[in-house]
Design a protein around this ligand. Structure first.
Ligand code: AMP
Length: 548
C-alpha cells in the first residue's frame, strides 16, 4: 500500500456518529490519514486488525474512532453500564496521550462514552471508586489493569468487546509479556482485538498469535519522510555564532511562524541556547533525557496546549524511538528508572509543530528522520531548517546520499536564503549574549532546572493528580537567571531591522505602536497562509518584490 495513494473515503462517508464527526471537525481534521481510511471501516466491521504504522500517521485515532463508535452503537441496544473496551500501552506517557485523543474525540458525547486512564496514579485504592462505575473505556498499562483485576476492583470477563494493544512491539521489550499473558486469562474468550505497532518484530508476531483471530494485516509502505508537498527541507551554512545570530533574528523578527522544536546535540547546548535566548526575552522550554519522565510528558502536553511555542530538545532519543528498545534496556539495567511504566520515550507526540530547527545537525539519517518526523504529522504542513557548520558538512552529504539512495531523485535540501549581512546589527548583540553564557552558568542552570523539575515531579505525582486544572500554573519555561539579564535586549530597535524586511512589513516606521501592529499583521498574514512556514525568510525574493 502506498501512502501517496488517493484517499477514496472521507470521514463522513464512514457511517460515523454525528457527535464523532463534529468532534473531528472541531479538531480541524479535514480528511482521514491513510491508516485511518484503511482501518476504520475494517474495525467497524468487527475484524481483528494488525496495524503497522508509525507514530505520526494518525494511528491513535485509527483505532480510537471505531472504538468510540462501537461503544455508542452498543448504547442503543443495552441499558447496562459496562466496560466494553480496554486500551493497553506500554507507558504512562502513551496512556495519557491516547486518553487525550479520546477526550477530544468524545467532546460531543462525553456523557455517553466514559473513559478513564488508570495508568497515571500508583495508588490503586484511590482508583477503585472510578472502576466501580464501570467506565465504557479503560486505558492502562498491562501491569496496572492486571493489579486491579487481581484486587477484584475490575471484572472484564463478561463485558469486554474490544482490546487494543498500542505500541505492541514495545510491550514485550518493556517486560510486559507475562502480564499480557496473565491478563488474557481474565478476558472473555471472544472479543475484537487490535494490535498497533511501528514494527512487525518477532515479539509482535508472538503477540499476534496470542491475541488476534484471523486478522487483517495493514502494512503501510511508508516513506521515511513526509512527502515534499507537505514537508520542506532547508539548509543554511553557518558557524556556531552565526547560527545563534540567525536564530535570534528569525525569532525576533517573527520570521518563523507556528510552534518550533529546536534540536541540539548535547544537554549542555540545550541550556546554552536557553540561557542565550532568555537574554532576548525569548522564553523556551527544554527537554532532555535527564529530566524526570513526568516532567517531559507535562512539558509536551503544555506545548501541545499552546503554553509554549519553542522547545529545545537535547536529543531526539529523549522524545522518540531510534533504538528506544535498546535505550530502555540500558535504563532498566542501570536501574535509573525503577518504574517500568515510565520513561518510555517512543511516541511522545508533539502536536502541530510547524518547524523543526536543527541548530546542531544530526549525526545520521535515522536521527534526521526522527527529528523531521516531529513536524508535518497527520496531514499538516511542516519544515525543517538545518544549520550546517563546516564540520557538519560531511554529515549533510551523507544524509543527502542516503535519501537519494532511498527513493528521492534529487537532493531534498533546498538552500535557505538568508543574508547574514542584513542582520549585522543582530550579530553584535548575539555575540555578547552568546559569550555571556559561560560553562559555569550552564552548569548552574542545569542543576537548578533538575532540582526544580524533581520538585515539580513530586508535586505532579501527589497534588496535581487530584487537581488537574492547577497543573496550568506549573510552567517549564521559567527563566533560569544564571546569566545577567539586560532588559533592553528584549527590544528590537528600528535601526537593526533589515531594510528588505522593513519594505515588506513596514517595520521601521517611527511610530512604535504602528510598528507593533505591522508586525502583528505580518505574522497573522503569515499564519493565514497555510503553506510552508519558513518561506517568509527569503530575503532575496523580498528585494525582487520591492524592485517590481
Ligand atoms: P498519532 O500517529 O496518532 O500519534 O497522530 C499524530 C498526529 O496526527 C496527532 O497530532 C494527531 O492530532 C494528528 N492527526 C491524526 N489524525 C489526523 C487527521 N485525520 N488529520 C490531521 N491530523 C491528524
Amino acid at each position: 500500500m502506498n501512502e501517496q495513494s488517493e484517499n477514496v473515503m472521507d470521514f463522513y462517508e464512514m457511517e460515523l456518529d454525528e457527535r464523532i464527526l463534529k468532534a473531528i471537525a472541531k479538531l480541524g481534521w479535514q480528511k482521514p490519514t491513510l491508516i485511518q481510511e484503511k482501518s476504520i471501516p475494517l474495525l467497524l466491521e468487527g475484524k481483528d486488525v494488525l496495524l503497522r504504522a508509525r507514530t505520526g500517521s494518525g494511528k491513535t485515532a485509527a483505532f480510537a474512532i471505531p472504538v468510540i463508535q462501537k461503544i455508542l452503537n452498543g448504547k442503543q441496544t443495552s441499558m447496562h453500564q459496562e466496560t466494553k473496551a480496554l486500551i493497553l500501552a506500554p507507558s504512562k506517557e502513551l496512556c495519557q496521550q491516547i486518553c487525550q485523543v479520546i477526550k477530544h474525540l468524545t467532546t460531543k458525547c462525553s456523557r455517553e462514552v466514559k473513559c478513564i486512564n488508570i495508568a497515571l496514579s500508583d495508588d490503586i485504592t484511590s482508583q477503585k471508586p472510578l472502576l466501580v462505575e464501570k467506565p465504557d473505556l479503560i486505558i492502562s498499562t498491562p501491569g496496572k489493569v492486571l493489579q486491579h483485576i487481581k484486587a477484584q476492583n475490575l471484572n472484564l470477563k463478561t463485558s469486554l468487546d474490544m482490546l487494543v494493544i498500542d505500541e505492541a512491539d514495545l510491550i514485550f521489550s518493556f517486560g510486559f509479556e507475562s502480564e499480557v499473558k496473565e491478563l488474557l486469562q481474565f478476558l472473555p474468550n471472544i472479543f475484537q482485538a487490535i494490535l498497533a505497532s511501528a514494527t512487525l518484530s518477532n515479539d509482535v508476531q508472538n503477540l499476534k498469535k496470542l491475541v488476534l483471530h484471523n486478522p487483517v494485516t495493514l502494512k503501510l509502505e511508508e516513506p521515511d519522510l513526509a512527502p515534499a508537498s507537505q514537508l520542506s527541507h532547508y539548509h543554511l551554512h553557518a558557524e556556531e555564532l552565526d547560527k545563534a545570530t540567525i536564530l535570534y533574528a528569525l525569532l525576533k523578527l517573527h520570521l518563523i511562524r507556528g510552534k518550533t522544536v529546536i534540536f541540539v546535540n548535547t544537554v549542555d547546548k540545550c541550556y546554552k541556547l536557553k540561557l542565550y535566548l532568555e537574554q532576548f526575552g525569548i522564553r523556551t522550554c527544554v527537554l532532555n533525557s535527564e529530566l524526570p519522565a513526568t516532567i517531559r510528558c507535562h512539558s509536551v502536553n503544555q506545548f501541545n496546549q499552546d503554553v509554549y511555542d519553542i522547545i529545545i530538545a537535547s536529543d531526539e532519543k529523549a522524545l522518540e524511538a531510534p533504538g528506544a528498545i535498546e535505550d530502555f534496556k540500558a535504563i532498566k539495567s542501570s536501574k535509573r528508572d525503577k518504574d517500568k511504566n515510565s520513561g518510555v520515550a517512543r511516541g511522545i507526540d508533539f502536536q502541530c509543530v510547524a518547524n523543526v530547527i536543527n541548530f546542531d545537525f544530526p549525526l545520521d539519517s535515522n536521527s534526521y528522520i526522527h527529528r523531521a518526523g516531529r513536524t508535518a504529522r497527520g496531514n499538516n504542513q511542516g519544515s525543517v531548517l538545518s544549520f550546517i557548520s563546516l564540520k557538519e558538512k560531511p554529515c549533510l552529504t551523507e544524509i543527502d546520499n542516503y535519501f537519494r539512495k532511498h527513493g528521492e531523485d534529487k537532493s531534498i535540501f533546498k538552500l535557505y536564503q538568508f543574508k547574514l549581512e542584513e542582520v549585522e546589527a543582530f550579530k553584535y548583540r548575539a555575540k555578547d549574549a552568546w559569550r555571556a553564557v559561560t560553562k559555569i552558568a550552564i552548569r548552574e542552570a542545569r542543576l537548578k532546572e533538575i532540582k526544580q523539575e524533581i520538585l515539580n515531579s513530586e508535586k505532579l505525582k501527589s497534588y496535581f493528580e487530584d487537581n488537574p486544572t492547577d497543573l496550568k500554573v506549573l510552567r517549564h519555561d521559567k527563566a533560569l537567571h544564571t546569566v545577567r539579564i539586560q532588559p533592553h535586549l528584549a527590544d528590537v530597535p528600528d535601526y537593526i531591522v533589515p531594510d528588505t524586511l522593513k519594505a515588506l512589513t513596514g517595520i521601521g516606521k517611527k511610530n512604535k505602536r504602528k510598528r507593533k501592529n505591522k508586525i502583528m499583521q505580518h505574522s497573522t498574514k503569515l499564519k493565514a497562509k497555510r503553506s510552508n512556514p519558513l518561506l517568509s525568510m527569503q530575503f532575496e525574493d523580498f528585494k525582487k518584490k520591492k524592485k517590481n
